[in-house]
Design a binder for this molecule. Structure first.
Ligand code: FES
Length: 153
């Protein structure tokens, strides 16, 4: 699978981010072995590939859960108690920031501004914004995952 992705790109170093995006999308995460193989393909140090992979928070070096919950901690959300919402999600799911539940259902990650400040605090679930988030709404949303149901926020 990784070789299929690499075969779509030249060995030009400018392809690095596009390759990382494809690997993230198609394999679900960027394994250390994948980073090493990408570095070989582009003839660049693996440390450089690793630093790019860890710079952008769209990339993950660990397998992510079925659902990705991103809690915005940008300034506009932060001043509206976003950290309490993040704490609620982490506590209720028993994970640390960036962690995934044991059943691999949900990954929770804090992020910078997701570009929807007017409806902050914002939580993004599988790329869908949920605005005006509160602690009770966050709890309801998470219970929906546990019960495998869509929950309107
Ligand atoms: S600061 Fe949260 S959406 Fe902009």
């Amino acid at each position: 699978m990784l070789q299929d992705i690499l075969s779509r790109y030249s060995r030009n170093r400018t392809c690095l981010v596009m390759i990382l995006q494809d690997v993230q999308t198609e394999l679900g995460y960027l394994a250390e072995e994948s980073l090493a193989e990408i570095a070989r393909h582009l003839s660049m140090p693996v440390a450089h590939v690793h630093s790019v992979a860890t710079f952008y928070n769209v990339f993950s070096l660990e397998p992510r859960g079925e659902h990705l919950v991103r809690v915005c901690l940008g300034t506009a959300c932060h001043v509206r108690q976003a950290s309490l919402i993040l704490d609620t999600a982490l506590r209720e799911l028993g994970v640390s920031d960036g962690g995934t539940t044991k059943d691999r259902k949900v990954t929770v990650q804090s992020v910078g501004c997701v570009g929807a400040c007017a409806i902050g605090p914002v939580v993004e679930v599988d790329e869908v914004h949920h605005g005006h988030m509160t602690v009770p709404k966050m709890s309801r949303l998470l219970r929906g995952f546990v019960a495998n149901k869509e929950v309107a926020t």
